[in-house]
Each structure stands twice: as C-alpha cells, then as structure tokens.
Write a protein that binds this ligand. Structure first.
Ligand code: SF4
Ligand SMILES: [Zn+2]
Ligand SMILES: [Zn+2]
Length: 419
C-alpha cells in the first residue's frame, strides 16, 4: 500500500493487508499524535487496510476488538453502535462521525458553562490563523448559535501567510460570517520575518506579542464583549509544563482558560509581553479590554483535526516555517510520550491545576492587581503606568520601534537611502 505522511511530508510503500495499529507500530508512529485517513474517511486502529490501499497519515501536533463501535448516545437514550471513525483513549470512547461532532459540542458546552465564558447576548470575536483549532472553534461556536466573527492578522511569513489568509477567507465566505483582516506590514510597518534579524527577542515572542496586540485592538475598536482563541488541551498542558519547569510563578498565577474583562492576560504565547493585555475602564467612550476565553481547553489537537476533517473544513495542515524556535513543541512531545502509556494524564495535569493548584499555590501577584493603567503615548491602548515617571509606551510600541529600525537597516536599506 502507498502510505503518505503529511507534516512532515514522506511516502512509504508497505505490504498489506494489515490493521492500522500494526502499520503505525511498523512505522514507529505514536497513535496519539496522528489521524489515519483511508478512502476519504478517518479510520480506527483495528480497521484493516488492503494491500492496494492509499493511506494518509496526518500529524496533528502543531507541532478494542474488531472495528470499534460508536459509544455515542442516541436521542432515545440507546447506544449508537455505528462503526467508529475515531477513538479517544482518555475518554475510553470511540465515536462515529455524527456522535463525534456531538462530543466536541458537549466538551465546548462544559467548558463554557463551567467557566462562565460567554452568553448568547455577547458578541464574540475569534482569532483565526487558518489552522485546525481556530477554524474548528469558529465553526462550533457558529453551530451552537453564538454571535461570533473572526479576526485574522497577516504576519508576512511568505506563502504560508498567503495560504493561511485564503483558508480563513474561504471559511468565512462558506459560512457567510464576518472576518476582520489586518496586516502587520501594512498597518504597523514590519512583518514577523523582520524579527528573526533581531537578537534581543525570539521571533515567536514578537509574533505572539503582535497577535495579542492586534487582536485586543480589533476587539476594542469593534466593541466585542468576548475574545476567543483556539488554544486546546495540548497547548494549555504544554504551556503549564513549561511554566512549572522554569517555576514561572507570575505566569502560573495568570494561566487560565477564562480571563475576565480589563484584567492582565495570561501568557498564552511562547513569550509573554504586556502589549495592550492590561486595561481599565477609563470612562467616556473608552471600554476596557474584552474577556478572553479558550473554549477548546477540554479537546486535544487530534480531536480538533478530526473535527475539521469530518466537517469538511479546509484548514492549513502545514506548520509555520518559523515554528522550530517554539519551545512549546518539545513539551507537547514529552506529554504525548507519557499520554501514550497513561491516557488521561494530560487532562488530569491541566484540569487539576485549574481546579485546585493554581489558586492554592500561585495567588495573583500584588503587581497584577495594583497596576494603574493608562493610555500608551503612541497608540493609546491601555498599558501599565511606568513607576519611574517616564511617559507610558506599551510593549508592542516599544517592540515596533525596534522592528522599524531593523526594517530601515535591513537588506537593501543602503540602496533605498542613496536613491
Ligand atoms: S510559530 Fe512562531 S512565528 Fe510562527 S506563527 Fe507561531 S508564534 Fe508566530
Ligand atoms: Zn454514533
Ligand atoms: Zn502602544
């Protein structure tokens, strides 16, 4: 059979017939990290692939006996028992396509209700990148009847950014939904690759800061009540592991799946900054920053990828070409290694922290509660007042100044100056 692996791309010729589980073992692939697609549908570990099969094994890291039967429940309360298309070890369950979609909605419902994330009166904006998590989240929230628009920021990362934007625009057009598009280079004068020429701060740090800033700004300008991101169980658990390994107590005190309006935000990117993540209601027409929520924190990457395949959402499978510098991927790998042997560990780790450990062991720092927030002198977005009496300039504007200098000094700068 012809086996194509995506992300990273490879092709293998393998002798069949053989069950999916054996094929994965032969190729030394952890089943927790991939989806297997045969004949256009997802297949489970016991599905036997014929010798002439064409099979795709799709990595989903952003970074039973006989064919499994669906564990879903029908409207009349009986067991579904259809052939399953996906197994979820940590739920000890398998689902057919229809029941899997219900499972995803049920997890989102549990997340929303458990943390008072959004109401049906709220206007929501979801940050979309063209990847599986953010497009799946937008789709689920639309299907659940919420008032939700999308926001896309062009990062200028070559063909990857072009394809990401196209995926977001195609999704918005297909669903008749509103997508706000901003562009780092056009709106702010620099792009993410510029940051790779800077030795002060990692590229992903500048990228994360810019995304948070632009997202805050759009939410504020357009008057949204809630900002939602597609951070999933793998993202949150790996972020937690990274914060614990380095004892980043300030980040641990702020790591949450729902941050109230006008409060300092958590470090939901590889390097945190304060660029507009703090706010206060300063009266007049000015609003505080919107609430931030992560309704997918109960779903793994494998589940969000499967949701997109089942719902026919055409997401960008390729990873950002700059992802190699992102340390969170190493923590995801480590957690997946443990999860393969002890399903459920990842969820216990994150949920236990959210339920019990955070407030007991990492109370909010006094500086978080007490920071007085003023308008940035350059962009007017909320930022903490400097203690030394200097004019307030937010982290994004400070970074932007440095990036604009790099743009001026960059390749071709001499020619531009002499022209
Ligand atoms: S991998 Fe880094 S540079 Fe690429 S989109 Fe993510 S944060 Fe930005
Ligand atoms: Zn079913
Ligand atoms: Zn600013």
């Amino acid at each position: 059979m012809k086996v194509t692996r995506r992300n990273p791309d490879q092709t293998h010729e393998v002798t069949g017939p053989k069950p999916v589980g054996e094929l994965l073992a032969e190729l030394e692939i952890n089943p927790e990290t991939v989806l297997v697609i045969h004949g256009g549908t997802l297949v489970t570990r016991d599905h036997v692939l014929p010798h002439e099969a064409e099979v795709e094994i799709r990595s989903v890291i952003s970074g039973g006996a006989g064919p499994a039967r669906c564990h879903g429940t029908r409207e009349d309360g009986s067991r579904c028992r259809e052939t399953a298309v996906i197994e979820i070890a940590w739920h000890n369950s398998a689902f057919c396509a229809a029941c899997f979609v219900e499972h995803v909605r049920a997890q989102v419902r549990k997340a929303i209700d458990g943390h008072d994330m959004v109401s049906y009166d709220d206007t929501i904006v979801v940050a979309v990148s063209g990847g599986k998590d953010s497009l799946a989240l937008w789709d689920v929230l639309l299907d659940m009847g919420y008032r939700v628009d999308g926001f896309y920021l062009g990062l200028g990362i070559g063909a990857y950014s072009d394809r990401s934007r196209a995926a977001c625009e195609a999704f918005a057009a297909a669903r008749g939904a509103t997508l706000h598009v901003r562009d780092l280079a056009a709106d702010f004068g620099f792009d993410v690759p510029t940051a790779s020429r800077d030795d002060g701060r990692a590229t992903c740090g500048v990228c994360g800061l810019s995304k948070r800033y632009a997202f805050n700004r759009v939410a504020l300008e357009e008057g949204y009540d809630v900002m939602a991101t597609g951070h999933n169980l793998d993202d949150e658990a790996s972020q937690l592991l990274g914060n614990l390994l380095r004892w980043q107590t300030a980040f641990l005190s702020r790591q949450d799946v729902a941050l109230p309006a006008s409060q300092p935000a958590g470090n939901d990117a590889p390097t945190a900054g304060d660029g507009g993540d703090h706010s206060q209601d300063r009266g007049g027409s000015r609003r505080g920053l919107a609430k931030k929520v992560k309704p997918f924190y109960r779903l793994g990457e494998r589940e969000t990828a499967a949701y997109c395949l089942i719902k026919g959402i055409d997401y960008i499978v390729e990873e950002c070409p700059l992802v190699a510098g992102n340390t969170v991927l190493r923590y995801k790998d480590a957690l997946n290694g443990i999860e393969a042997h002890s399903p459920g560990t990842k969820a216990q780790f994150l949920f236990g922290f959210l339920d019990r450990a955070r407030d007991a062991h990492f109370p909010a720092e006094a500086s978080d509660a007490g920071a007085e927030l003023v308008g940035c002198g350059e962009c007017d977005m909320p930022t903490p007042r400097p203690s030394d009496g200097r004019p307030a300039v937010c982290a994004f504007c400070r970074t932007r100044r440095r990036m604009l200098r790099l743009v001026d000094d960059g390749p071709g700068a001499a020619g531009r100056r002499s022209a």
